[in-house]
Design a protein around this ligand. Structure first.
Ligand SMILES: [Zn+2]
Length: 244
């Protein structure tokens, strides 16, 4: 049975001279992988070879969820432009795509996350605020997959801090799933220190929207640390985003 969906390519590898294996993040279906036979031929039903972040309406057939789907049509929208003119934006978008791929299950729909991902890619085309956009997307992702850390009070003893920080030291622990206060930090060996400024910004959208670059960098390091613990290994693209 043929299915229609809106989708964005989050991974594409060559399969043969003429075909590709493409992982899509689709609005209704969630993430899945399909073979695009003949996609690299000059004339195909896919508007040309399928690149990372290509998006539009797809038609595909799928018999079993544990088998590759077959892409039959792809009406591609005009490509995003950041990928060809802004290397840092490309690295940030690639990290976001990698995290969507590693954090969601096949055929597990996340329409709101799909919308947030497409908005993030559009925003990269329009605004020179790349790191902040990436952080906002990653927080959306954590919320959608049910792994949003506790950020407005101590994840262990529930003492308030975050945007209402009054204490001295603050830490973040993936094991505790959130910020932890100085009284609790000894129970969590995996913790990393967090400045009050970063703790306030990560727990408050308003403060995040005005945070300076140094704070954004600290938050991104914290998020990469957290995704590393969630996934059991560092995201491959993380070093390209943080080594700037
Ligand atoms: Zn505490």
């Amino acid at each position: 049975m043929l299915k229609k969906d809106l989708a964005v390519c989050i991974r594409a590898i060559d399969y043969s001279e003429t075909s590709q294996i493409v992982t899509f993040f689709a609005r209704d279906a969630g993430k899945f992988t399909a073979i695009a036979k003949g996609s690299k031929r000059p004339k195909s039903a896919f508007d040309g070879p399928i690149e990372l972040f290509a998006q539009g309406q797809i038609v595909y057939s799928q018999t079993h969820t544990d088998k590759l789907a077959t892409l039959t049509e792809f009406s591609q929208q005009p490509p995003f432009t950041f990928a060809t003119r802004d290397l840092f934006a490309l690295h940030c978008a690639s990290l976001a795509a990698e995290l969507v791929n590693s954090s969601t299950d096949d055929y597990d729909p996340h329409p709101q996350l799909f919308d947030a991902f497409i908005k993030f890619l559009h925003d990269l085309d329009q605004r020179q605020d790349t790191l902040r956009l990436l952080i906002i997307f990653q927080l959306n992702l954590l919320k959608e997959i049910g792994l949003m850390p506790v950020l407005d009070h101590c994840a262990n003893c529930k003492t308030g801090h975050g945007s209402r920080v009054t204490g001295h030291g603050l830490y973040f622990s993936s094991e505790a799933n959130g910020l932890i206060c100085r009284d609790c930090e000894t129970s969590f060996p995996d913790k990393i220190p967090v400045t009050k400024t970063a703790a306030a910004a990560i727990s408050n959208k308003e403060i995040l929207s005005k945070a300076d670059y140094k704070t954004l960098k600290e938050i991104e390091k914290l998020l990469v640390y957290h995704f590393t613990n969630i996934g059991g290994r560092p995201p491959k693209m993380a070093k390209y985003v943080l080594d700037i």
